[in-house]
Design a protein around this ligand. Sequence first.
Ligand code: TYM
Length: 334
Amino acid sequence: MRVISGIQTTGNLHLGNYLGAIKQWVAMQNAMEADGGECLFFLADLHALTGNVTPAELATSTIEMAATLLAAGIDDRSILFNQARVPAHAELCWILQGTARMGWLNRMTQWKDKAGKNRDGASVGLFTYPVLQAADILVYQATHVPVGEDQKQHLELTRDVAAKFNTDFGVELFPLPEPLISKAAPRIMSLRDGQAKMSKSDPSDLSRINLIDDDATIAAKFRKAKTDAEPLPESFDALAERPEAKNLVTIFAALSDRDPQSVVTEFAGQGFGAFKPALADLAVSVLGPIRERLTRLLDDRGQVGAQLARGADRAGAMAAPTLLAAKRAVGLQV
Ligand code: TYM
């Protein structure tokens, strides 16, 4: 089993990233010790170039996010690096651009959402973004990719690219990777709008809990979270039409590793005046220690950078044979 996943280096990590992805990464890293196999986790700094990021933001965000992953529990049992330091990703991406089809990329919902109506003004990188993501995964012949639900379509594209490449060139080079989508928190929603996912790009900071938020900010954001006037029901299924309430219960359950039904049972009949402070206390107890470790790590950014460079050496060595095989398969003389 070889696990890989990445995160774009724009803005801050938030609770959706933590519950949807990073918590799974840490669990897989811990499980892998017993089961054998490797975990690779990376900062997708090349992907970040497809948005509107300034050089200063990109540089800071890469180190801060790496420090956040370390604070959340990623350690030397995993290979942690930034994508730009392993040129094999970009090289394989170019080769796979010969395999991916325009029609496939045109169907990507992330492309449609991010480009909006002004497609002519969008960067080419935003369009070919999923091909780089396919290269990230395939260059390690990875078998499993832990991600939030929003990345499912990109994983399907990765499988299509892998299958077409193998068929076109008559090789068995790329395994078809499986997405691993968190059951507890596939899609954490905004605290201001139960129909929108919690996201780094939401202009309202009140819409998300950032992993760097202090205890008072976390409590205030949950206090101000949009809800309704009804008390919590007996059954979790009864929350289907109450997206904001459902989201808060899902967050509570995911943070405490509990079944959402058991959370609803505990709070049945109570209003959000009682539920929100309990949720805030729980979030502070989970996120507080991560933030404290993060603050210490940020005092020594050089050390974090050095750790990323060591990870890139290990990742580069793992990627090299696959990249060479892909080049030979397409007839490049190298
Ligand atoms: P990114 O940076 O948007 O998000 C990182 C991870 O967090 C998950 N996530 C969420 N999960 C639940 N609820 C949410 N509200 C939420 N918001 C984000 C994402 O699903 C993701 O797992 N394209 C990727 C980065 C990437 C990548 C890769 C991932 C580049 N190459 C190769 C896997 C493999 C992205 O932008 O994730």
